[in-house]
Design a protein around this ligand. Structure first.
Ligand SMILES: *Cc1c(COP(=O)(O)O)cnc(C)c1O
Length: 291
C-alpha cells in the first residue's frame, strides 16, 4: 500500500510585509519533504491510489531532464512499491542531470525520446495497458487537480491565493478548493495563453474567469535573468524563504510587482503557495544563490 504521508503544509505569516497594509502568508508545501517537495506529491496522490486500486504495477510518465514531476514520481513510486518509467524529452545526454540521476537511483527506468516524438507524446508500444498506468506530463488532469486541492484542505479566510503555473493543474485544484477566494496564477511559461482554457477544462469555470498573468516568465520556461536571481537572494535575505528559479522565484517576483501596482486592496489577506521545486536550483552554477 501507499506508505507516503506527510503532515499538512504549514501556513506561515511573512512579517516582512506587515507594513504594506496587507496580510501576507505563505503555504510552505516546499517543506513537506526534501525530495517529493511542494505540489507534486499532492498532484500524484490520487493517480497512484487509482493505479494501486486497478492493480497496476508500473507508472509511466513524461518529463524533461530537470523535471520536478519526474523526481517526485520516482520517489512516490518507490515509497508505494510501484515500478516506474520516465519518458524523457530529448536524446540521452552523455552526462545525466542530477534530477535524472536521482530519479534513476530511486528505481525509475529512463526512456529517452526525440523532442519531436516527445511533442506528440504517443503512448509507446511497450506500454502494457494491463499492468501500466500512464500519468500525463506534469500530472495534468482532473485527478491531479483533485489531489492538488487537498494541499489547502481546511485553509480558509484568504481574499487571494497566488500560485505558480506550469500545466495549471495545481491552480485548478486551488480554484476548486477555495470558492470565494480570488486565485491568481503566475505563469512560468512564455505566452502560453492556452493555459486559462486548460485550467478551465479541469474546473468547469469559464476560461474568462481564470486569472493567469503572463508577464513574469523571465524569458520562458526554466529561463532566468540576473534580475530574477538577484531578487531571489534578496527575498531570502528579507524573509528567509528560499525559492526556485523555475516557478516560485517568478511567483514571488510577480507578487512584489502586484503589491507595487496596488493589485490587492488594503486589508487583503493573501496566501502565496510555495510549491517547492528547490532541487531545480542545483542546475545553477554553485554560489549563484546564497542558500
Ligand atoms: C510543477 C510545479 C509547478 C506547476 O504546477 P502545475 O500544476 O503544473 O501548474 C509549480 N511550482 C513548482 C515548484 C513545481 O514544481
Amino acid at each position: 500500500m501507499l506508505s507516503l504521508s506527510f503532515p499538512p503544509p504549514k501556513v506561515e505569516a511573512i512579517p516582512f510585509y506587515s507594513n504594506t497594509g496587507r496580510q501576507v502568508f505563505v503555504l510552505r508545501a516546499d517543506a513537506i519533504d526534501p525530495v517529493i517537495s511542494g505540489n507534486k506529491w499532492f498532484k500524484l496522490r490520487y493517480y497512484l491510489a487509482e493505479a494501486i486500486q486497478q492493480h497496476k504495477t508500473r507508472i509511466v510518465t513524461y518529463g524533461g531532464a530537470f523535471s520536478n514531476h519526474i523526481i517526485a514520481t520516482a520517489a512516490a513510486c518507490k515509497a508505494a512499491g510501484l515500478a516506474c518509467t520516465g519518458i524523457i524529452r530529448g536524446e540521452q545526454p552523455l552526462v545525466l542531470s542530477h534530477t535524472l540521476l536521482q530519479a534513476q537511483a530511486m528505481g525509475m527506468q529512463l526512456y529517452f525520446i526525440s523532442r519531436q516524438d516527445y511533442a506528440a507524446k504517443p503512448v509507446p508500444g511497450w506500454v502494457n495497458p494491463t499492468t501500466d498506468y500512464c500519468i500525463a506530463e506534469g500530472g495534468y488532469g482532473k485527478t491531479g487537480a483533485a489531489g492538488a486541492a487537498t494541499m489547502v484542505a481546511g485553509i480558509e479566510g484568504f481574499t487571494h491565493i497566488l500560485c505558480a503555473v506550469g500545466t495549471g493543474t495545481t491552480m485548478a485544484g486551488l480554484i476548486t478548493a477555495s470558492p470565494g477566494t480570488k486565485v491568481t496564477g503566475i505563469s512560468s511559461l512564455k505566452n502560453n495563453t492556452a493555459l486559462a482554457t486548460e485550467v478551465a477544462a479541469l474546473t468547469g469555470t469559464p476560461a474568462a474567469n481564470v486569472d493567469i498573468l503572463h508577464e513574469f516568465h523571465f524569458g520562458g520556461y526554466a529561463k532566468h535573468k540576473p534580475e530574477l536571481l538577484f531578487f531571489m537572494n534578496k527575498l531570502f535575505e528579507q524573509t528567509g524563504i528560499p525559492t526556485d528559479f523555475v516557478y516560485t522565484g517568478k511567483l514571488f517576483y510577480g507578487f512584489h510587482e502586484l503589491l507595487r501596482q496596488n493589485y490587492f486592496v488594503p486589508g487583503s489577506k493573501i496566501l502565496l503557495i510555495h510549491s517547492g521545486g528547490l532541487q531545480g536550483n542545483l542546475s545553477l552554477p554553485k554560489g549563484t544563490l546564497m542558500y
